[in-house]
Design a protein around this ligand. Sequence first.
Ligand code: SF4
Length: 102
Amino acid sequence: MNINRRTFIIHSLIGSTALATAGLSCAQTAKLAENDPQAAALGYKENATKVDKAKYPNYAADQSCAGCQLYQGPTTGAGKCAIFQGKLVASTGWCSAYAKKA
Ligand code: SF4
C-alpha cells in the first residue's frame, strides 16, 4: 500500500467515525415528547408536578427523573433515560417506571 492510499483510507475512517458520532449526537439530543406513544403509555410528564396522581398513585412529590436509577445526566436540564433510548428526558420529569436511585 502506498502512502497516498493509506492516507486516504485513514482519513475516510476518521470521517466516517465523525459522521456516525455526529448522527448519534443529534439522535441523543432529541427531547422526549409527552405525546410520544411510549412516553404517553408510561404517563411521562416533563414537569413531575403535572403527573395524573389519580392514575399514578405511586407518584410522590419528591420523585423526578433526576432521582431515578434509570436517569443519566445533570440534576438540572435533561439527560438520558435507559427506557427512552435516543431521547432526552427532563430532570424534572417523571414516568411510571420511576425507580428511586440507591
Ligand atoms: Fe424519568 Fe426514570 Fe421514567 Fe426515565 S424511567 S422517564 S428517568 S422517571
